[in-house]
Each structure stands twice: as C-alpha cells, then as structure tokens.
Design a protein around this ligand. Sequence first.
Ligand code: F6P
Length: 319
Amino acid sequence: MLRKIGILTSGGDSPGMNAAIRATTRAALASGIEVVGIKDGYRGLVKGQFIPFTAKSVSETIAKGGTILGSARLPEFKDEEVQLKAIENMKANDIDALVVIGGDGTYRGADALCKKGINCIGLPGTIDNDVEGTDYTIGFDTALSTIVECVDKLRDTSNSHHRCSIVEVMGNRCGDLAIYSGISCGAEILITPETGYDEEAVLEKLKHLEAQGKNHAIVIVSENVCDVKALSDKVSRVTGFSGTATILGHIQRGGSPTASDRVLASRMGAKAIELLVAGVVGHCVGIKNNEIISYPLDECVNMTRSSRKAFYRLFAKLV
Ligand code: F6P
C-alpha cells in the first residue's frame, strides 16, 4: 500500500523542475498519498532532510526557474553504504517510494535503489536533452530559447563589425542544444561531439563564406569539443573576420520555464503518480510523438543515444 512518497531533484538544475515537483505533489495528494520534499537531491536523502509537503508548499512555483528543493551532485551515491543509509532514512520516515527528477546520473542512483527494493520513478530534468528514450527533457526548450535569444543579440553586433561570433553552449557530451540552436539561429558552422572538430575545415569554410561576400558568421560549439578562445584568436589571424568567443555558461540553466516546459513537466509529474498508483516499479517517464510514456529505468541507463543525422543533414542544407 502506497502511503507516502518523497520527491527529489538531482544533478544540474533545469527550468521546469519546479513545475514537475508541483505536478507530482498535487497529483499525489489528489490520490490520497502523502508527500515529502527532499532537500538537495540524494545528499538530503542520505542526511534525512525531509520536508512535509502540502498543496500550498508548491504554490507560486510553476513560473520559477531552478528548483525549490535544491539540487546537488553526489558521486558517493555509487557506494553501497551510502545507498543503505538513504534506504534506512526512508524506512524511518515511512517513505514508500521516490520520484526523482534529473538526468542520467540521477537515474543511475534511482536504478541502484530499485535494485535494493525501493521503488523509484524517474522524470527527465536536464537542459542537455541527453536522456535516452524520450524526445525531450524538462528544461531543454527553455535553455534552447535562452541560447537563441543570446545568439540573436550577438548576430546584431557581429553583423555591424564584420565579426565571427563563436558561441559555446552546454550539452554534456550531447550536441542537441547546439544543433537545435544552430538551426534556430541560422548559424554558419556547427561543432559538436557528433561533427567532431577539424580546425582547418572551419577556417576554410569561413574564408569561403567571406569570399562569397558574407559580412559576419556565427559558429555554435558544444562545450568540451574545442577551445573557443583559441579558435577565435586563430579566426582573427587567418581570416578576414574578427573572431570573438562567447561562453554562454550557466545562464543557459536559469530563467522562467517556457510554456512548453511547464506543460511537459506537469504531464510527466502526473504520469509518475499514475505509475506508482498502478504499482509500476522502476520506470522513467518520457515523451514520444507527444504521448507521455514510461519504460524501465535500467533499460534507460544502458541505452545508447539515438542518431541525430536528420538534423545535421537539415543544417547542412540551410547554410
Ligand atoms: O547537465 C547540465 C549541465 O549544465 C551540463 O550542460 C554541463 O556540462 C554541466 O551541467 C555543468 O555542471 P556544473 O553546474 O556542475 O558545472
């Protein structure tokens, strides 16, 4: 019999996490299930930092970025001892199941708890869109909108000064923020984990664009693929453009979630409770073809990322 659940947010925060906490809380309460919010992800679970939640606890949160519960990365959660401490705290507080909101690291923690008999349901909360089995993660759309807004502004000034703006975006080994923003912003060049980095080819392409009369250029680069500062210096040295590097950084993680992220998070939060009430164990929630689905957490953490070839082909046609 499911009487009480805990909710936590873990890993890098993402806009829409609060909407997911709110929907999960309200759907649980509507089903007669008690809710506790857990502070700072798995760290709060291990420390026993539980806050009883009412419908009021999540009022005025749907439009807020970040997470009202706080988040953390806890690499030690891989240790069995640490997991057992978390389970002990859950049992002492009569918490029957968990809803965890985060990315792949969060899912791995939940999968470990499931293997020890604790039911966990995962919701994909990360700006990176790198959770397999779902078309979109909560926060991706907002981060993408932030990037587009910033790059549109850079375009105005680049255009006025014959510049090549090299913009680094986040993504944690996943090129989705880069490819989606590259298409949305009309970038000229894209450098992602999928494309790889060929400095010579980038410089040649810029020279070619210049020869065609291009006044400015936008290059979108996924983090950790190349050094954007070194590339912009090289661009200034060997092409007619003046290279400028902009690392968008954590600004991409903040801000009020878009309507699309709020709706996605609300649908997913409600689904988590539907699954728990139905007695489903160890699943994560996703969206496929605009339908909210669920699938086993242990499958999700072992899946390889599906190809984005169609997006890259589209990008190539638009330049
Ligand atoms: O997973 C979200 C993310 O913002 C990644 O895009 C990025 O690589 C990482 O987190 C940054 O982490 P931190 O905030 O811990 O520096």
